[in-house]
Ligand binder design. Structure first.
Ligand code: SAH
Ligand code: SF4
Length: 402
């Protein structure tokens, strides 16, 4: 516990101040009111842990007898209630205990944008007013995982991003904080509620670097994957990373068969370090070693993401080097024409250049695809919608361009 400081108006005029005393799972708000020579205060205990951040065994520790935990999970992830009061088959005393010890957060839909190909973008406001975004991509054959992929959601894991890749909107305003597990889980549930569709494929390719928020990410994935939770198979969950080599190894050592996509974006250290500062910490050698370790542990192919940026990483030589790396790892390659970001000068190569790059990979026997841009017109590249909204460039709340 730490005590915050409060200063009072020396002249003794009326003034009030909130003092926050934090414990691990609670925040105690003390409201001090100083008027004349009289000091009043009130105390509010606010639980900090959200019920949708807990695993079944953790719920069992709170809810006795233990079958109650299963009932709670059913209310949360099957019936999808939004308050403890609605859990009507629980005894009143248990509902009160839950409300006293846990919070029941919701993320608020601020804007929904839909595009012609029905990709939809959702902007959410968190309880502390930070903004995050998710994208719903309706049918994406062979995008990730099996060819029958349907209704993919692209989920954010942080507010902003600390990694500062030069082409990316998410890092432009820096990093604010990690998302908690419930905030990750809630993106999926909120998009399902808003769209009326069930999601069966998840890619962690929204705002932020998922592996820099490893513990909350894994906690969320366990809830998303569990039969008592959202119930989406691990093979339909893909984590995208800019290349945090140690965390890739850590991920390889845990049991879930999650898929991995690595944002390579260049096949040589010189260019990669220029556009992705993370490469100066974990260079291509270290990254590719970690990828090899992942592949060997999981017995599955990884995907290399490769944005095509005109005059930067789109040369024949880069394509040949990329083919070498991909063949050595038996990795698939997803080519993505660069999505313009307001305020940045990067552009995508001509269609001919894109096709030539793809042809070089294919002629080297690499499994590669050129991804059609989805939702370009609704600022679908990660972090763009939030940035536009925060900088006041976007139209007002709740609209649909569908
Ligand atoms: N931080 C993780 C995941 C989020 S970014 C990562 O970097 O992998 C998800 C993907 O979007 C990454 O491959 C990233 O390089 C790509 N991306 C970022 N900005 C983009 C843009 N303007 N156009 C196309 N892809 C972009
Ligand atoms: Fe962060 Fe990924 Fe964007 Fe790089 S590409 S700034 S790691 S979100």
């Amino acid at each position: 516990m730490h005590l915050a400081e409060a200063r009072f108006n020396e002249k003794g005029y009326s003034t009030a101040k909130h003092v926050r005393i934090s414990e691990r799972d609670q925040e105690i708000l003390v409201r001090l009111h100083f008027a004349g020579n009289q000091l009043d205060f009130s105390v509010h205990v606010v639980p900090l842990i959200d019920i949708k951040s807990l695993h079944l065994d953790e719920l069992r520790r709170i809810a006795q007898p233990s079958y109650r935990a299963g009932q709670i999970a059913d209310w949360l992830y099957q019936k999808r209630v939004t308050s403890f009061a609605e859990m009507t088959n629980l005894p009143h005393a248990l509902r009160t205990k839950l409300a006293d010890n846990l919070c029941f957060g919701k993320i608020e839909v601020v804007r929904v944008l839909g595009s012609k190909d029905t990709t939809r973008k959702f902007l959410f406001r968190l309880s502390d007013n930070n903004l995050i975004e998710s994208v719903l991509i309706p049918a994406s054959p062979a995008l990730y995982g099996s060819p029958s992929d349907r209704r993919t959601i692209c989920v954010s894991t942080q507010v902003g991003c600390a990694y500062g890749c030069k082409f990316c909107a998410s890092g432009l305003d820096g990093w604010k904080r990690n998302l908690r597990a419930n905030e990750i889980v809630n993106q999926i549930m909120a998009v399902e509620e808003e769209s009326g569709e069930r999601i069966d494929n998840i890619v962690f390719m929204g705002m932020g670097e998922p592996l820099a928020n490893y513990d909350n990410l894994l906690r969320a994935i366990q809830i998303i994957n569990a039969p008592w939770g959202i119930g989406i198979g691990a093979r339909h969950i893909t984590i995208s990373t800019s290349g945090l080599a140690p965390q890739i190894r850590k991920l390889a050592d845990q049991a879930l068969q999650i898929r991995l996509a690595v944002s390579l974006h260049s096949a040589s250290d010189e260019i990669r370090s220029r556009i992705m500062p993370v490469n100066r910490k974990y260079n291509l050698g270290a990254l590719l070693d970690a990828c090899r370790y992942f592949t060997s542990r999981k017995k599955q192919r990884i995907t290399f993401e490769y944005i095509l940026i005109a005059q930067v990483n789109d040369s024949d030589e880069q394509a040949r080097q990329l083919a070498k790396h991909a063949r050595a790892q038996e990795a698939k390659v997803n080519l993505i024409p660069y999505n313009r970001v307001e305020g940045l000068d990067w552009t995508q190569p001509s269609i001919d250049r894109q096709k030539k790059f793809l042809a070089i990979l294919r002629s080297a026997d690499v499994r590669a695809a050129l991804r059609r841009e989805k939702g370009d017109d609704i600022a679908a590249a990660c972090g763009q919608l939030r940035l536009q909204t925060e900088r006041g460039l976007a139209a007002p709340a709740l609209e649909s361009t569908g």
